[in-house]
Design a protein around this ligand. Structure first.
Ligand code: ZN
Length: 270
């Protein structure tokens, strides 16, 4: 297979390229061919180099704070030279506040300074293979740990005025669950059926309250595989059956700074 070719460029005037060189080396370690333009390149020079070198992706690095004008200029210069099919990604010292603007201007993805270099390499591979991770469709439900469903139901049904959609027991998890519909999504009340239940462990440690957020996704198996490749810690490496004809898996809360996320894929209705 032909190796992925990447152009690493530093637009603008800042004179530090240590970060860019580290990224270039990390991408080479992942088997990519990396061309580095050197410092202080104009947007037009970068676009020209990308076309001449026939690269698959352009990676821009900026530490100067000028990324908001420089990155979109490179996207424009590529388009002007008929190469808008070459994706542009960016990194460096970039505040999170600027990411939506840059993505709106056509930068495919921004990696902030906390991003591991491996994550950048994996993203590029997925981008070229058209296997990037898609946004989840919606919040499938918010899981709430309770001592007793019967005791809290009046609050949800009568105080909030929500409709009770279903109550079921999941023996494998030793929980009783109640689903309450709220617009497009649900609350999932979770009551332990025994001390073996992880919900009981949660209640003992933290008391009643929000337990997890479930995200509705498509292609749960592929997503778990991608997470494994990226070294994202998972509680379930394979999907398991959940309520309502669904496949579910939990991401380890250590991977998400303390929030327990469940991935959830509902099968087609019979
Ligand atoms: Zn759940």
């Amino acid at each position: 297979m032909k190796p992925i070719r990447v152009l690493i460029a530093k637009p603008g005037l800042d004179g530090h390229d240590r970060g860019a060189l580290i990224i270039a080396q990390a991408l080479r370690d992942h088997g990519m061919e990396v061309i580095y333009t050197g410092l202080r390149q104009s947007a037009v020079q970068i676009a020209r180099a990308a076309i001449q070198e026939d690269v698959d992706v352009v990676g821009l690095s900026s530490l100067s704070g000028a990324h908001k004008s420089l990155f979109p200029k490179v996207v424009e210069a590529l388009a002007d030279q008929g190469a808008s099919d070459i994706p542009v990604i960016g990194g460096g010292v970039i505040p999170a506040e600027d990411i939506p603007y840059l993505e709106e201007k056509g930068v495919q993805k921004i990696f902030t300074s906390g991003s591991p270099t491996d994550a950048i390499a994996i993203y590029i591979k997925q981008l070229i293979d058209q296997e990037t991770i898609e946004s989840p469709n919606k919040i499938a439900h918010i899981g709430i740990a309770v001592e007793s469903i019967d005791a809290v139901l009046p609050f949800y049904q009568h105080t909030l005025g929500l409709e009770l959609a279903a109550v079921e027991e999941v023996q494998s998890e030793q929980v009783r669950v109640a689903f309450l519909r709220i617009g497009e999504t649900m609350f999932e009340l979770l009551e332990p059926l025994s001390d073996e239940s992880s919900i009981q462990t949660f209640l003992t440690k933290k008391g009643e309250g929000i337990h997890h957020i479930a995200l509705e996704v498509e292609g749960i198996e592929k997503r778990l595989k991608q997470y494994k490749e990226q070294g994202i810690r998972l509680i379930n490496e394979e999907p398991k059956p959940g309520a309502h004809n669904s496949q579910i898996a939990f991401i380890h809360p250590k991977a998400s700074n303390g929030v327990l996320f469940e991935l959830c894929e509902h099968g087609k209705e019979d």
